[in-house]
Design a protein around this ligand. Structure first.
Ligand code: NAG
Ligand code: NAG
Ligand code: NAG
Ligand code: NAG
Length: 449
Protein backbone atom coordinates (compact mmCIF):
# COMPACT_ATOMS: atom_id res chain seq x y z
CA UNK A 1 0.00 0.00 0.00
CA UNK A 2 1.27 3.46 -0.81
CA UNK A 3 1.02 6.41 1.48
CA UNK A 4 2.25 9.94 1.31
CA UNK A 5 5.82 10.19 2.40
CA UNK A 6 6.67 12.36 5.36
CA UNK A 7 5.11 11.64 8.67
CA UNK A 8 3.53 8.41 7.70
CA UNK A 9 6.84 6.59 7.88
CA UNK A 10 5.40 4.68 10.81
CA UNK A 11 2.62 2.96 8.97
CA UNK A 12 4.89 1.80 6.14
CA UNK A 13 6.61 -0.57 8.52
CA UNK A 14 5.55 -3.92 9.73
CA UNK A 15 4.80 -3.79 13.37
CA UNK A 16 6.97 -5.07 16.12
CA UNK A 17 4.60 -6.67 18.48
CA UNK A 18 4.78 -7.33 22.13
CA UNK A 19 2.31 -8.46 24.67
CA UNK A 20 3.24 -7.27 28.11
CA UNK A 21 2.96 -9.38 31.22
CA UNK A 22 0.53 -8.26 33.91
CA UNK A 23 3.41 -7.31 36.17
CA UNK A 24 4.01 -4.47 33.76
CA UNK A 25 0.66 -3.01 34.61
CA UNK A 26 1.79 -0.79 37.36
CA UNK A 27 0.27 1.73 39.70
CA UNK A 28 1.63 5.11 40.65
CA UNK A 29 -0.02 8.12 42.19
CA UNK A 30 -3.65 8.63 41.19
CA UNK A 31 -3.44 6.70 37.93
CA UNK A 32 -1.75 3.66 36.52
CA UNK A 33 1.39 3.17 34.49
CA UNK A 34 1.41 1.02 31.40
CA UNK A 35 4.72 -0.31 30.13
CA UNK A 36 4.90 -1.04 26.43
CA UNK A 37 7.68 -2.78 24.55
CA UNK A 38 8.39 -0.60 21.55
CA UNK A 39 10.81 -0.17 18.72
CA UNK A 40 12.68 3.01 18.04
CA UNK A 41 12.52 3.32 14.28
CA UNK A 42 15.14 5.36 12.50
CA UNK A 43 15.82 6.10 8.90
CA UNK A 44 19.04 4.76 7.41
CA UNK A 45 20.96 1.63 8.35
CA UNK A 46 23.42 2.69 11.00
CA UNK A 47 25.90 0.26 12.54
CA UNK A 48 24.94 -1.60 15.63
CA UNK A 49 21.21 -1.33 15.00
CA UNK A 50 19.41 -4.38 16.27
CA UNK A 51 16.65 -6.17 14.44
CA UNK A 52 17.10 -4.11 11.31
CA UNK A 53 14.23 -4.88 8.96
CA UNK A 54 14.66 -3.95 5.32
CA UNK A 55 17.46 -1.65 4.23
CA UNK A 56 15.78 1.69 4.86
CA UNK A 57 14.98 1.61 8.54
CA UNK A 58 16.64 0.40 11.67
CA UNK A 59 14.80 -0.65 14.78
CA UNK A 60 16.14 -0.56 18.29
CA UNK A 61 14.26 -2.01 21.24
CA UNK A 62 12.79 0.71 23.45
CA UNK A 63 10.32 0.97 26.29
CA UNK A 64 7.43 3.39 26.52
CA UNK A 65 5.99 4.00 29.97
CA UNK A 66 2.64 5.75 29.88
CA UNK A 67 2.33 7.35 33.28
CA UNK A 68 -0.74 8.10 35.32
CA UNK A 69 -3.39 6.64 33.06
CA UNK A 70 -6.73 6.94 34.85
CA UNK A 71 -7.85 3.58 36.28
CA UNK A 72 -11.44 2.43 36.07
CA UNK A 73 -12.88 1.09 39.34
CA UNK A 74 -13.15 -2.49 38.04
CA UNK A 75 -9.37 -2.92 37.83
CA UNK A 76 -8.40 -4.72 41.01
CA UNK A 77 -5.49 -2.96 42.73
CA UNK A 78 -3.65 -6.27 43.38
CA UNK A 79 -2.90 -6.62 39.68
CA UNK A 80 -1.10 -3.28 39.74
CA UNK A 81 2.48 -3.05 40.89
CA UNK A 82 4.52 0.15 40.80
CA UNK A 83 6.75 0.73 37.79
CA UNK A 84 10.34 0.32 38.92
CA UNK A 85 13.03 1.88 36.78
CA UNK A 86 16.32 -0.02 36.43
CA UNK A 87 18.47 0.03 39.59
CA UNK A 88 21.43 1.57 37.80
CA UNK A 89 20.77 3.97 34.93
CA UNK A 90 22.20 2.59 31.68
CA UNK A 91 22.89 5.09 28.88
CA UNK A 92 22.25 2.27 26.38
CA UNK A 93 18.62 1.81 27.50
CA UNK A 94 15.89 3.72 25.73
CA UNK A 95 13.11 4.16 28.27
CA UNK A 96 10.69 6.92 27.46
CA UNK A 97 8.39 8.03 30.23
CA UNK A 98 5.34 9.90 28.99
CA UNK A 99 3.11 11.93 31.29
CA UNK A 100 -0.39 11.61 29.92
CA UNK A 101 -2.60 13.48 32.38
CA UNK A 102 -3.16 16.33 29.96
CA UNK A 103 -4.27 15.74 27.29
CA UNK A 104 -5.90 12.60 28.54
CA UNK A 105 -5.71 9.54 26.35
CA UNK A 106 -9.11 8.30 25.21
CA UNK A 107 -10.08 4.74 26.10
CA UNK A 108 -6.78 4.19 27.82
CA UNK A 109 -8.63 1.52 29.76
CA UNK A 110 -8.55 -0.76 26.76
CA UNK A 111 -4.75 -0.68 26.93
CA UNK A 112 -4.96 -1.83 30.53
CA UNK A 113 -7.17 -4.73 29.58
CA UNK A 114 -5.25 -5.68 26.45
CA UNK A 115 -3.18 -8.25 28.25
CA UNK A 116 -6.14 -9.95 29.91
CA UNK A 117 -7.93 -10.13 26.57
CA UNK A 118 -4.81 -11.55 24.92
CA UNK A 119 -4.74 -8.65 22.53
CA UNK A 120 -1.39 -7.53 21.35
CA UNK A 121 -0.17 -3.97 21.41
CA UNK A 122 2.02 -2.60 18.66
CA UNK A 123 4.26 0.28 19.60
CA UNK A 124 6.72 2.23 17.48
CA UNK A 125 8.54 5.43 18.25
CA UNK A 126 10.57 7.70 16.05
CA UNK A 127 12.17 11.11 16.24
CA UNK A 128 10.04 14.02 15.12
CA UNK A 129 11.15 17.52 14.18
CA UNK A 130 8.12 19.81 14.15
CA UNK A 131 8.49 23.04 12.24
CA UNK A 132 8.92 26.04 14.50
CA UNK A 133 10.47 24.16 17.42
CA UNK A 134 14.08 24.66 16.39
CA UNK A 135 16.12 26.35 19.05
CA UNK A 136 13.66 25.62 21.86
CA UNK A 137 15.99 22.97 23.26
CA UNK A 138 13.12 20.51 23.29
CA UNK A 139 13.17 17.18 21.48
CA UNK A 140 10.12 15.42 20.09
CA UNK A 141 9.08 11.87 19.37
CA UNK A 142 6.11 10.50 17.55
CA UNK A 143 4.74 7.27 18.93
CA UNK A 144 2.23 4.97 17.35
CA UNK A 145 0.35 2.63 19.68
CA UNK A 146 -2.18 0.20 18.31
CA UNK A 147 -4.29 -2.46 19.88
CA UNK A 148 -4.37 -5.38 17.49
CA UNK A 149 -7.77 -6.66 16.48
CA UNK A 150 -9.54 -3.39 15.80
CA UNK A 151 -9.33 -1.57 19.10
CA UNK A 152 -7.94 1.87 19.81
CA UNK A 153 -5.11 3.20 17.74
CA UNK A 154 -3.28 6.42 18.49
CA UNK A 155 -0.43 8.59 17.36
CA UNK A 156 1.20 10.52 20.19
CA UNK A 157 3.50 13.51 19.96
CA UNK A 158 5.89 13.37 22.91
CA UNK A 159 7.78 16.45 24.00
CA UNK A 160 10.82 16.15 26.26
CA UNK A 161 10.82 17.65 29.74
CA UNK A 162 14.10 19.07 31.01
CA UNK A 163 15.52 16.64 33.59
CA UNK A 164 15.64 17.98 37.12
CA UNK A 165 18.11 17.19 39.88
CA UNK A 166 17.31 16.18 43.47
CA UNK A 167 16.69 19.80 44.46
CA UNK A 168 14.16 20.29 41.65
CA UNK A 169 16.72 22.45 39.87
CA UNK A 170 17.77 21.68 36.32
CA UNK A 171 20.27 18.81 36.41
CA UNK A 172 23.82 20.08 35.96
CA UNK A 173 25.51 17.39 33.91
CA UNK A 174 22.97 14.65 33.36
CA UNK A 175 23.75 11.28 31.81
CA UNK A 176 23.15 11.32 28.05
CA UNK A 177 21.40 8.54 26.21
CA UNK A 178 24.03 7.09 23.88
CA UNK A 179 22.02 6.83 20.73
CA UNK A 180 19.72 9.82 21.08
CA UNK A 181 22.20 12.10 22.86
CA UNK A 182 19.46 13.41 25.08
CA UNK A 183 19.73 13.94 28.85
CA UNK A 184 18.33 11.18 31.06
CA UNK A 185 16.58 11.53 34.39
CA UNK A 186 18.29 10.27 37.54
CA UNK A 187 16.59 6.91 37.06
CA UNK A 188 17.89 6.64 33.50
CA UNK A 189 14.67 7.45 31.69
CA UNK A 190 13.84 10.06 29.11
CA UNK A 191 11.11 12.28 30.54
CA UNK A 192 8.44 13.46 28.14
CA UNK A 193 4.88 14.63 28.14
CA UNK A 194 2.15 13.99 25.61
CA UNK A 195 1.67 17.23 23.70
CA UNK A 196 -0.73 16.06 21.02
CA UNK A 197 -2.61 12.89 20.17
CA UNK A 198 -4.68 11.78 17.17
CA UNK A 199 -6.65 8.60 17.71
CA UNK A 200 -9.27 6.33 16.24
CA UNK A 201 -11.35 3.68 17.92
CA UNK A 202 -12.06 1.68 14.81
CA UNK A 203 -9.16 0.77 12.55
CA UNK A 204 -11.37 -1.23 10.22
CA UNK A 205 -15.05 -0.77 9.32
CA UNK A 206 -17.41 -2.67 7.03
CA UNK A 207 -20.54 -1.00 5.69
CA UNK A 208 -23.21 -2.01 3.17
CA UNK A 209 -23.45 -0.63 -0.34
CA UNK A 210 -25.83 2.33 -0.34
CA UNK A 211 -25.53 2.71 3.43
CA UNK A 212 -23.87 5.35 5.58
CA UNK A 213 -20.81 5.10 7.79
CA UNK A 214 -18.95 7.16 10.38
CA UNK A 215 -15.15 6.87 10.36
CA UNK A 216 -13.92 7.59 13.87
CA UNK A 217 -11.09 10.06 14.37
CA UNK A 218 -10.32 12.52 17.12
CA UNK A 219 -7.49 14.59 18.53
CA UNK A 220 -6.48 16.14 21.81
CA UNK A 221 -3.72 18.55 22.64
CA UNK A 222 -2.26 20.44 25.54
CA UNK A 223 -3.48 23.97 26.05
CA UNK A 224 -5.01 25.70 24.25
CA UNK A 225 -7.97 23.40 24.05
CA UNK A 226 -10.30 23.77 22.23
CA UNK A 227 -7.88 24.32 19.37
CA UNK A 228 -8.35 27.83 18.01
CA UNK A 229 -6.44 27.12 14.84
CA UNK A 230 -6.35 23.72 13.26
CA UNK A 231 -6.42 21.92 9.95
CA UNK A 232 -7.99 18.62 9.02
CA UNK A 233 -7.68 16.57 5.89
CA UNK A 234 -9.40 13.29 5.06
CA UNK A 235 -7.90 11.36 2.16
CA UNK A 236 -8.72 8.08 0.52
CA UNK A 237 -5.95 5.86 -0.84
CA UNK A 238 -6.93 2.97 -3.02
CA UNK A 239 -4.77 0.74 -5.19
CA UNK A 240 -1.96 3.27 -5.42
CA UNK A 241 -4.01 6.35 -6.17
CA UNK A 242 -5.27 8.90 -3.70
CA UNK A 243 -7.88 11.61 -3.55
CA UNK A 244 -8.97 14.17 -1.05
CA UNK A 245 -12.39 13.65 0.51
CA UNK A 246 -12.71 16.67 2.75
CA UNK A 247 -10.70 19.50 4.19
CA UNK A 248 -11.37 21.76 7.15
CA UNK A 249 -9.48 24.85 8.21
CA UNK A 250 -10.10 26.84 11.37
CA UNK A 251 -8.25 30.12 11.88
CA UNK A 252 -8.13 32.14 15.04
CA UNK A 253 -9.26 35.20 13.14
CA UNK A 254 -12.22 33.54 11.42
CA UNK A 255 -15.63 33.04 12.98
CA UNK A 256 -16.43 29.79 11.22
CA UNK A 257 -14.15 26.99 10.07
CA UNK A 258 -13.90 26.66 6.29
CA UNK A 259 -14.92 23.23 5.00
CA UNK A 260 -14.15 22.03 1.52
CA UNK A 261 -15.97 18.87 0.43
CA UNK A 262 -14.65 16.83 -2.52
CA UNK A 263 -16.91 13.82 -2.17
CA UNK A 264 -20.62 14.54 -2.21
CA UNK A 265 -22.34 13.28 0.93
CA UNK A 266 -19.27 13.50 3.14
CA UNK A 267 -19.22 15.70 6.21
CA UNK A 268 -17.47 16.59 9.44
CA UNK A 269 -19.25 18.62 12.08
CA UNK A 270 -17.07 21.79 12.19
CA UNK A 271 -18.23 22.91 15.63
CA UNK A 272 -17.61 19.51 17.24
CA UNK A 273 -14.30 19.30 15.37
CA UNK A 274 -12.95 22.55 16.78
CA UNK A 275 -14.52 22.43 20.25
CA UNK A 276 -14.26 18.74 21.09
CA UNK A 277 -11.56 17.51 18.74
CA UNK A 278 -14.01 15.07 17.15
CA UNK A 279 -13.14 15.03 13.46
CA UNK A 280 -15.04 11.82 12.57
CA UNK A 281 -16.01 11.63 8.91
CA UNK A 282 -19.54 10.78 7.90
CA UNK A 283 -20.05 9.23 4.45
CA UNK A 284 -23.49 8.77 2.93
CA UNK A 285 -24.76 6.50 0.16
CA UNK A 286 -21.69 4.33 0.01
CA UNK A 287 -20.50 3.03 -3.32
CA UNK A 288 -17.86 0.47 -4.21
CA UNK A 289 -15.43 3.27 -5.10
CA UNK A 290 -15.57 4.51 -1.51
CA UNK A 291 -13.68 1.44 -0.36
CA UNK A 292 -10.05 1.86 0.65
CA UNK A 293 -7.65 3.28 3.20
CA UNK A 294 -8.77 6.52 4.85
CA UNK A 295 -6.20 8.85 6.35
CA UNK A 296 -7.25 11.43 8.90
CA UNK A 297 -4.57 14.11 9.26
CA UNK A 298 -4.88 16.76 11.95
CA UNK A 299 -2.51 19.68 12.13
CA UNK A 300 -2.16 22.42 14.69
CA UNK A 301 0.27 25.31 14.86
CA UNK A 302 3.17 23.00 15.75
CA UNK A 303 2.17 19.42 15.16
CA UNK A 304 0.69 17.12 12.61
CA UNK A 305 -0.33 13.50 13.10
CA UNK A 306 -2.47 10.94 11.34
CA UNK A 307 -4.65 7.92 11.77
CA UNK A 308 -5.21 5.30 9.11
CA UNK A 309 -8.33 3.15 8.84
CA UNK A 310 -9.80 0.72 6.37
CA UNK A 311 -13.30 0.92 4.96
CA UNK A 312 -14.70 -2.24 3.38
CA UNK A 313 -17.90 -2.15 1.35
CA UNK A 314 -20.01 -5.30 1.44
CA UNK A 315 -23.10 -6.35 -0.45
CA UNK A 316 -24.60 -9.84 -0.08
CA UNK A 317 -25.43 -11.81 -3.25
CA UNK A 318 -29.01 -12.40 -4.42
CA UNK A 319 -29.15 -16.16 -4.91
CA UNK A 320 -31.59 -18.03 -7.17
CA UNK A 321 -31.87 -21.33 -9.02
CA UNK A 322 -32.80 -21.66 -12.69
CA UNK A 323 -35.63 -24.08 -11.72
CA UNK A 324 -37.53 -25.10 -8.58
CA UNK A 325 -38.17 -28.65 -9.67
CA UNK A 326 -36.51 -31.05 -12.06
CA UNK A 327 -38.17 -33.76 -14.08
CA UNK A 328 -35.89 -36.19 -15.89
CA UNK A 329 -37.36 -36.79 -19.34
CA UNK A 330 -36.47 -39.96 -21.13
CA UNK A 331 -33.81 -40.59 -18.49
CA UNK A 332 -31.65 -37.72 -19.75
CA UNK A 333 -29.38 -35.59 -17.51
CA UNK A 334 -30.61 -32.06 -16.78
CA UNK A 335 -28.60 -28.87 -16.47
CA UNK A 336 -29.41 -26.51 -13.59
CA UNK A 337 -27.82 -23.18 -12.67
CA UNK A 338 -27.37 -21.30 -9.42
CA UNK A 339 -27.15 -17.53 -9.93
CA UNK A 340 -25.35 -15.23 -7.46
CA UNK A 341 -26.01 -11.63 -8.35
CA UNK A 342 -24.80 -8.16 -7.46
CA UNK A 343 -22.43 -8.92 -4.61
CA UNK A 344 -19.27 -7.28 -3.32
CA UNK A 345 -16.44 -8.07 -2.70
CA UNK A 346 -15.47 -10.70 -5.26
CA UNK A 347 -14.91 -13.73 -3.08
CA UNK A 348 -18.06 -15.81 -3.27
CA UNK A 349 -18.13 -19.56 -2.73
CA UNK A 350 -20.74 -21.85 -4.27
CA UNK A 351 -21.28 -25.41 -3.06
CA UNK A 352 -23.70 -28.01 -4.34
CA UNK A 353 -25.09 -31.05 -2.56
CA UNK A 354 -27.98 -33.42 -2.88
CA UNK A 355 -30.02 -35.47 -0.47
CA UNK A 356 -31.87 -38.52 -1.85
CA UNK A 357 -34.95 -39.51 0.23
CA UNK A 358 -33.18 -42.69 1.38
CA UNK A 359 -30.15 -40.81 2.79
CA UNK A 360 -29.64 -38.93 6.05
CA UNK A 361 -26.62 -36.79 5.14
CA UNK A 362 -26.37 -34.67 1.99
CA UNK A 363 -23.75 -35.73 -0.57
CA UNK A 364 -21.43 -33.09 -2.03
CA UNK A 365 -21.55 -32.34 -5.74
CA UNK A 366 -19.34 -29.29 -5.74
CA UNK A 367 -16.58 -30.92 -7.79
CA UNK A 368 -19.12 -31.72 -10.56
CA UNK A 369 -20.08 -28.05 -11.01
CA UNK A 370 -18.64 -25.54 -13.46
CA UNK A 371 -18.59 -21.79 -12.91
CA UNK A 372 -19.12 -18.93 -15.29
CA UNK A 373 -16.53 -16.18 -15.02
CA UNK A 374 -17.34 -13.19 -12.84
CA UNK A 375 -19.28 -10.38 -14.49
CA UNK A 376 -18.80 -6.89 -13.10
CA UNK A 377 -21.46 -4.19 -13.27
CA UNK A 378 -20.83 -0.49 -13.59
CA UNK A 379 -21.57 -0.05 -9.86
CA UNK A 380 -18.65 -2.37 -9.08
CA UNK A 381 -20.74 -5.36 -7.95
CA UNK A 382 -20.24 -8.85 -9.35
CA UNK A 383 -22.33 -11.75 -10.59
CA UNK A 384 -21.47 -15.40 -11.11
CA UNK A 385 -23.38 -18.54 -12.11
CA UNK A 386 -22.58 -22.12 -11.23
CA UNK A 387 -23.84 -24.92 -13.49
CA UNK A 388 -24.40 -28.57 -12.73
CA UNK A 389 -25.56 -31.59 -14.73
CA UNK A 390 -27.95 -33.68 -12.67
CA UNK A 391 -27.81 -37.41 -13.34
CA UNK A 392 -31.15 -39.30 -13.08
CA UNK A 393 -29.38 -42.49 -12.00
CA UNK A 394 -28.29 -41.02 -8.64
CA UNK A 395 -31.34 -38.80 -8.03
CA UNK A 396 -34.63 -40.60 -7.44
CA UNK A 397 -37.82 -38.51 -7.14
CA UNK A 398 -37.92 -36.60 -3.87
CA UNK A 399 -34.19 -35.85 -3.95
CA UNK A 400 -33.42 -32.30 -2.71
CA UNK A 401 -30.58 -30.51 -4.51
CA UNK A 402 -29.09 -27.56 -2.61
CA UNK A 403 -26.98 -24.66 -3.80
CA UNK A 404 -25.14 -23.15 -0.83
CA UNK A 405 -23.54 -19.71 -1.22
CA UNK A 406 -21.02 -18.19 1.22
CA UNK A 407 -19.84 -14.60 1.10
CA UNK A 408 -18.00 -12.29 3.56
CA UNK A 409 -21.14 -10.14 3.87
CA UNK A 410 -23.16 -13.10 5.15
CA UNK A 411 -23.04 -14.37 8.72
CA UNK A 412 -24.45 -17.71 7.51
CA UNK A 413 -24.47 -19.13 3.95
CA UNK A 414 -27.63 -18.75 1.84
CA UNK A 415 -29.18 -22.02 0.67
CA UNK A 416 -31.65 -22.52 -2.18
CA UNK A 417 -33.24 -25.88 -3.01
CA UNK A 418 -34.83 -27.70 -5.87
CA UNK A 419 -36.56 -31.07 -5.77
CA UNK A 420 -36.61 -33.91 -8.25
CA UNK A 421 -40.26 -34.65 -9.11
CA UNK A 422 -41.95 -37.89 -10.05
CA UNK A 423 -42.13 -38.75 -13.74
CA UNK A 424 -45.52 -38.59 -15.50
CA UNK A 425 -47.55 -41.74 -14.72
CA UNK A 426 -48.06 -42.56 -18.44
CA UNK A 427 -44.40 -42.19 -19.09
CA UNK A 428 -45.33 -40.20 -22.17
CA UNK A 429 -43.46 -36.95 -22.75
CA UNK A 430 -45.29 -33.92 -21.49
CA UNK A 431 -45.09 -31.96 -24.75
CA UNK A 432 -46.74 -34.83 -26.60
CA UNK A 433 -49.69 -34.76 -24.20
CA UNK A 434 -49.88 -30.99 -24.59
CA UNK A 435 -49.82 -31.38 -28.37
CA UNK A 436 -52.65 -33.89 -28.24
CA UNK A 437 -54.70 -31.57 -26.01
CA UNK A 438 -54.23 -28.57 -28.33
CA UNK A 439 -55.11 -30.65 -31.39
CA UNK A 440 -58.27 -31.86 -29.66
CA UNK A 441 -59.30 -28.31 -28.74
CA UNK A 442 -58.65 -27.08 -32.28
CA UNK A 443 -60.66 -29.95 -33.66
CA UNK A 444 -63.59 -29.23 -31.33
CA UNK A 445 -63.39 -25.52 -32.17
CA UNK A 446 -63.62 -26.16 -35.91
CA UNK A 447 -66.37 -28.78 -35.57
CA UNK A 448 -68.55 -26.85 -33.14
CA UNK A 449 -68.49 -23.34 -34.60
C1 NAG B 1 -17.75 11.87 17.36
O1 NAG B 1 -19.13 12.10 17.29
C2 NAG B 1 -19.89 11.01 16.85
C3 NAG B 1 -21.33 11.45 16.78
O2 NAG B 1 -21.46 12.51 15.90
C4 NAG B 1 -19.74 9.86 17.83
O3 NAG B 1 -20.48 8.74 17.37
C5 NAG B 1 -18.26 9.50 17.93
O4 NAG B 1 -18.10 8.49 18.89
C6 NAG B 1 -17.45 10.71 18.30
N1 NAG B 1 -16.05 10.36 18.19
C7 NAG B 1 -15.14 10.80 19.03
C8 NAG B 1 -13.75 10.43 18.70
O5 NAG B 1 -15.41 11.46 20.01
C1 NAG C 1 -22.02 16.84 -6.26
O1 NAG C 1 -23.29 17.43 -6.23
C2 NAG C 1 -23.42 18.60 -7.02
C3 NAG C 1 -24.79 19.20 -6.78
O2 NAG C 1 -25.73 18.23 -6.46
C4 NAG C 1 -23.18 18.26 -8.48
O3 NAG C 1 -23.26 19.41 -9.25
C5 NAG C 1 -21.79 17.64 -8.63
O4 NAG C 1 -21.60 17.21 -9.95
C6 NAG C 1 -21.64 16.44 -7.70
N1 NAG C 1 -20.28 16.01 -7.76
C7 NAG C 1 -19.96 14.72 -7.89
C8 NAG C 1 -18.51 14.43 -7.95
O5 NAG C 1 -20.79 13.83 -7.97
C1 NAG D 1 -19.95 -36.40 -10.61
O1 NAG D 1 -18.93 -36.56 -11.56
C2 NAG D 1 -18.38 -37.89 -11.63
C3 NAG D 1 -17.30 -37.90 -12.67
O2 NAG D 1 -16.52 -36.78 -12.59
C4 NAG D 1 -19.45 -38.88 -11.97
O3 NAG D 1 -18.91 -40.19 -11.94
C5 NAG D 1 -20.59 -38.79 -10.97
O4 NAG D 1 -21.65 -39.64 -11.36
C6 NAG D 1 -21.09 -37.38 -10.88
N1 NAG D 1 -22.10 -37.34 -9.84
C7 NAG D 1 -23.33 -36.93 -10.04
C8 NAG D 1 -24.25 -37.11 -8.89
O5 NAG D 1 -23.68 -36.40 -11.08
C1 NAG E 1 -32.72 -26.87 1.66
O1 NAG E 1 -32.69 -28.23 2.07
C2 NAG E 1 -31.88 -28.49 3.21
C3 NAG E 1 -31.92 -29.97 3.49
O2 NAG E 1 -31.62 -30.69 2.34
C4 NAG E 1 -32.40 -27.69 4.41
O3 NAG E 1 -31.54 -27.86 5.50
C5 NAG E 1 -32.46 -26.21 4.04
O4 NAG E 1 -33.03 -25.49 5.10
C6 NAG E 1 -33.28 -26.00 2.78
N1 NAG E 1 -33.22 -24.59 2.42
C7 NAG E 1 -34.31 -23.89 2.12
C8 NAG E 1 -34.08 -22.47 1.75
O5 NAG E 1 -35.44 -24.36 2.13
Amino acid sequence: MLFNAGLLVLSCLTASVSGFPPSHLTQAGSGTDVVLSCSLVEEGGGFGAMGAGGGLFTRTPATLVLRDLPVSPDVSPETLTPYIPPATPDPEDIIIEAKVTSPEIPEADSLLHADCNEQEVTCEISRYFPRGTEGTGLAYFIGSVQLEGGGISMTLVLQTLPPVGEDEQPAVSPLLQNKLELPLSQSGTLLTEVAFVVFSRSQSVSAPLGGDVLLDCGFKQQEPFPARAMGLEWRLQHRGSGRRILELKAEETEEEPIVHVDRNGSSVNPVVAVEEGNVSLSLEELRVIDEGTYICTVSTALFQAQQVMQLYITQPPRVSLSVDTVLFRAGLPQKVSCHCERYYPLDVQVEWMYLPPSEKEPISLTQNASHSSHRQYSDGTFSLSSHLMLQPSSMPPGTVVTCLVSHPSLSAPISVNLTVSKPEPTGRPYWMMLGVAIATLLFLYIVLR
